[in-house]
Design a binder for this molecule. Structure first.
Ligand SMILES: C[S@@+](CC[C@H](N)C(=O)[O-])C[C@H]1O[C@@H](n2cnc3c(N)ncnc32)[C@H](O)[C@@H]1O
Length: 201
């Protein structure tokens, strides 16, 4: 865990989630509702698995969640019904093919982040690259009208990334949940109402 244990960290332990980041997605879902009942959801950068566990909880037995990460998730997730996990880099051709085969998806969420180096220029550039990878997967795997949530570090190319999302979704905006530490450079972009290229113009 990065940073000191705080209210959200303690709450995540009490509620059985492996990471405090669950409360970021919870707030996004409560305020913006990107995940619909019985939806098929792709969770990019899923490990240790709090977002995936929360998604399975709100889907309540309907729909499905596909998680992807470079690292294995918490073991209890793998035993859950309606859950599939793909190990690897979602920007690689091989993993992207598996993601496409398991799709399409009604919502794609990404909490994926690069390992930070402390060099802000490098860290924000890597984060923007990951965000562009998420958007590319949205273009290939989201259903028309589908929604996207992605994490991005501020201080780099985030304006261009948001502009790209505005071209693909009926509405796209930035949102920083309360559970995101105020000293963290992360924010989330939420795109609602995906419009495939063929239906644009
Ligand atoms: C902040 S953690 C995600 C926490 C997760 N949302 C949760 O609630 O447990 C970010 C994750 O992104 C993953 N990640 C970063 N780049 C990735 C990539 N290209 N492909 C797959 N996973 C990636 C990292 O391995 C890391 O586990």
């Amino acid at each position: 865990m990065k940073g000191k244990p705080d209210y959200y960290w303690r709450k995540s332990k009490e509620e059985g989630y492996p990471a405090r980041s669950v409360f970021k997605l919870q707030e996004i879902q409560q305020k913006h509702g990107p995940v619909k009942p019985a939806g098929r959801v792709l969770d990019l950068g899923a490990s240790p698995g709090s977002w995936s566990l929360y998604l399975l909880d709100i889907l309540a037995g309907g729909g499905s969640v596909t998680g992807v990460d470079l690292n294995e998730p918490d073991g209890k997730l793998l035993a859950r019904k309606n859950y599939r996990f793909l190990l690897g880099d979602f920007t690689s051709e091989e993993v992207e093919r598996k993601i496409r085969e398991a799709g399409p998806y009604d919502a794609i969420v990404s909490d994926a982040a690069p390992s930070t180096t402390g060099n802000r220029t490098l860290d924000t550039a890597r984060s923007a690259e990951i965000a562009r990878g998420v958007i590319a997967i949205c273009e290939r795997c989201l259903v028309p009208g589908g929604n996207c949530v992605l994490k991005i570090f501020q201080g780099g190319e985030e304006r261009e990334v948001l502009a790209r999302m505005r071209g693909l979704f009926a509405a796209a905006k930035a949102f920083k949940p309360k559970a995101s530490r105020s000293d963290s450079m992360e924010t989330y972009f939420i795109g609602m109402g995906f419009t495939p290229a063929a239906a644009r113009d």
